[in-house]
Design a protein around this ligand. Structure first.
Ligand SMILES: [Zn+2]
Length: 200
């Protein structure tokens, strides 16, 4: 008699045991698949702790297309991705003064590095038009000195110098060292002041 393997398996397993085996490994949940679902796959966001059961082939296929963000709100996704980008490190920030009003009366966002390079693009070009004739105030002169400039500096020169200094002093350019933090803070405050007075 030829041994049909299906029949052979069946007669070797007692009814009780057969049932136990099936409970332990439900069939693969992939549509149309009848292999045992030995591999668990997370169901996804908001269903944490719940799993699909798949065979090896289908768990791999599922994992390839599995989207953790399914069902997440957009802002939650954005926050998560933002955190992922910074590696969940605290972002570098200036000292405590960074959250106080700056000289222009704008509230600096705490923990953020304020727009050092593109200079806001608020149409500042025309701001100082016609102001070069007025005398330079003492506080402006002091701010210019902080930037390594003198009263003859043009607004373009001030901006260029500011960009250069920020680049040079920023921790990102110094392997994360904050040794220049006080200098950088002074440079930013000086520049903020010169902007607030319309000097640049
Ligand atoms: Zn399967």
């Amino acid at each position: 008699m030829k041994l049909d393997s299906k029949y052979f398996d069946k007669i070797r397993v007692k009814p009780g045991e057969e049932r136990t085996v099936r409970d332990k490994h439900p069939n693969c949940e992939w549509p149309g698949c009848t292999r045992p679902g030995r591999h668990k796959a997370p169901k996804g966001r908001n269903q944490e702790g719940q799993f699909h059961a798949f065979c090896l082939e289908h768990v791999q296929q599922y994992n390839k297309t599995y989207n953790y963000f399914d069902g997440m709100k957009d802002d939650a996704v954005r926050d998560y991705q933002k955190e992922a980008q910074t590696g969940h490190r605290p972002t570098w920030k200036l000292g405590q003064n960074s959250s106080t009003m700056n000289s222009a009366g704008r509230r600096a966002k705490p923990g953020s590095f304020r727009d050092p390079f593109n200079l806001l693009g608020e149409g500042e070009e025309s701001k100082r038009a016609g102001t070069s004739a007025r005398p330079v105030r003492n506080a402006e002169l002091k701010a210019l000195h902080t930037l390594g400039l003198d009263e003859k500096a043009t607004k373009e020169k001030v901006r260029a110098q500011y960009k250069t200094l920020v680049k040079r002093l920023h921790p990102d350019a110094n392997n994360g060292s904050r040794a220049n933090e006080d200098t950088l803070k002074a440079v930013i405050q000086a520049y903020d002041y010169l902007r607030s007075t319309g000097f640049c």
